[in-house]
Design a protein around this ligand. Structure first.
Ligand code: AMP
Length: 214
């Protein structure tokens, strides 16, 4: 299955992506993770992207479109993929449409996670991420066994530099202005399944599974 997961920052895209890729045995393609990897390795792309990411702004379409195209051509995508955080603009959705047509892998379903602002704010400011394996925790809702340490690999947990209220507001404005048109693009094709993502994790996962026909 070729799946997109969309939703504002803090809506649980990362967590639900982990469930989906396990269930369907497909690769998880997160443009945010790919960009952060570039930032960490201080590539020219990463240096350019960091300034925008730290402000909660979008990285230019041509940069992410090229990154995604290269990734989708890799062998592990041949039985499907889960795309997380892309497309975020109408231009990106159109570019993805072209890429998918070229490689013969049309999008089957778009999962759209919906959550209100207060819940997003609580999730975002309490989110902690493993520096090494990228596992995600929350200081209240999903604590690691040892505070500040990843259960999986033992590395330190950190707060993402864009996980603040100020940045959240900018990211939500970006979402409203740029990502809504992308969502409407898929809505017109009848591919979007809206999911109430303010419910507990297990409930959200059950809704997604059923939306994906499992
Ligand atoms: P995420 O981890 O998906 O929340 O992405 C973190 C940040 O990376 C975003 O706030 C953007 O600055 C950048 N980013 C990730 N995906 C995209 C995309 N598809 N288009 C533009 N910028 C992106």
């Amino acid at each position: 299955m070729n799946i997109l997961i969309m939703g504002p920052a803090g809506s649980g895209k990362g967590t639900m992506s982990d469930y989906i890729v396990k269930e369907f045995n497909i690769p998880h393609i997160s443009t945010g993770d790919m960009l952060r990897e570039n930032v960490k390795n201080q590539t020219p792309l990463g240096i350019q992207a960091k300034v925008l990411m730290d402000q909660g702004k979008l990285v230019p379409d041509d940069v992410v479109n090229a990154m995604v195209k290269e990734r989708l051509l890799q062998d592990d995508c041949k039985n499907g993929f889960l795309m997380d955080g892309f497309p975020r603009t109408l231009n990106q959705a159109q570019a993805l449409e072209e890429i998918c047509a070229t490689i013969g892998k049309p999008i089957d379903k778009v999962i759209n996670l919906e959550v209100d602002f207060d819940a997003l704010a609580t999730r975002i400011t309490g989110r902690r991420v493993c520096k090494n394996c990228k596992a995600t925790y929350h200081i209240t809702f999903n604590k690691p066994i040892v505070e500040g340490i990843c259960d999986i690999c033992g590395s330190p947990l950190v707060q993402r530099s864009d996980d603040t209220i100020e940045q959240l507001k900018v990211r939500l404005q970006e979402h409203e202005k740029n990502t809504k048109p992308a969502l409407e693009f898929y809505g017109a094709k009848g591919l979007v399944q809206d999911i109430d993502a303010s419910a507990p994790m297990e409930t959200v996962w059950a809704s997604i599974k059923s939306a994906l026909g499992k």
